[in-house]
Write a protein that binds this ligand. Structure first.
Ligand SMILES: [Zn+2]
Ligand SMILES: [Zn+2]
Length: 213
């Protein structure tokens, strides 16, 4: 199996979790044996998030999507943002807040669960009032956590461990952009994303009655 950051291997990763007997869980109870907490921090692209969400729904997977209200890359209050929120819920996923320290303002769009964006160690695991912090003690420790940050698994791709049921439970952090756009390095992947974004934005300009003739 080729551990590429591709949709093909993402499907294999989900299939491996099924082989290992894991079930998809949300951040609404302390993790139990067999729980797979699939977490998506949406840093850059709602489009990528939605495409991954559709794939997961087809595969019978459910995840928690953490969306930003203070992103420089997308606007959750825009029509595109509202469509994304609705569609994620329709597909059976949970939606949490991907917050920028120190503002964790939860409103009715979000479940009471927060993941900090690029957190510093001093507040990363601090419990919150009235909401779960995904990095607080019950939900996070290094043996039960894997992340694809910057297109690098620190302990190797988890597909084998999942298939063998090696994790008692697992919080798996996956950034949709990395899997949706092709590239062998983060730089290549980001360039592919920007190329796709250019096409998408041209369509938005036309919709906005900008004369592109
Ligand atoms: Zn793999
Ligand atoms: Zn982030």
């Amino acid at each position: 199996m080729n551990c590429s950051f591709s949709l093909e291997h993402y499907r294999e990763l989900l299939a491996a979790a099924e082989v290992g007997g894991y079930h998809y869980a949300f951040f609404d109870h302390d993790p139990e044996p067999g729980d797979l907490l699939l977490r998506h921090d949406v840093d850059l692209s709602l489009d990528a998030a939605l495409r991954l969400a559709e794939l997961e729904a087809e595969a019978g997977a459910a995840a928690t999507y953490f969306l930003m209200t203070q992103s420089v890359f997308y606007n959750l209050a825009s029509p595109e943002g509202l469509r994304a929120l609705n569609r994620l819920r329709e597909l059976g996923h949970a939606v949490g807040l991907h917050a920028v320290w120190p503002g964790a303002e939860l409103d009715e769009r979000f479940d009471p669960v927060v993941a900090w964006h690029n957190p510093n160690p001093d507040y990363m695991s601090e419990p919150l009032d009235g909401a779960v912090n995904v990095m607080q003690t019950a939900f996070f420790d290094p043996d039960h956590y894997r992340s694809d940050s910057n297109q690098r698994w620190r302990h190797g791709c988890p597909h084998e461990g999942l298939a063998r049921g090696e994790f008692e439970w697992l919080q798996l952090l996956v950034h949709p952009e990395i899997w949706i756009y092709p590239g062998n390095t983060m730089r290549e992947t980001m360039n592919a994303m920007l190329d796709a974004e250019r096409q998408r934005r041209l369509a938005l300009l036309a919709e906005d009655r900008i004369d592109l003739s």
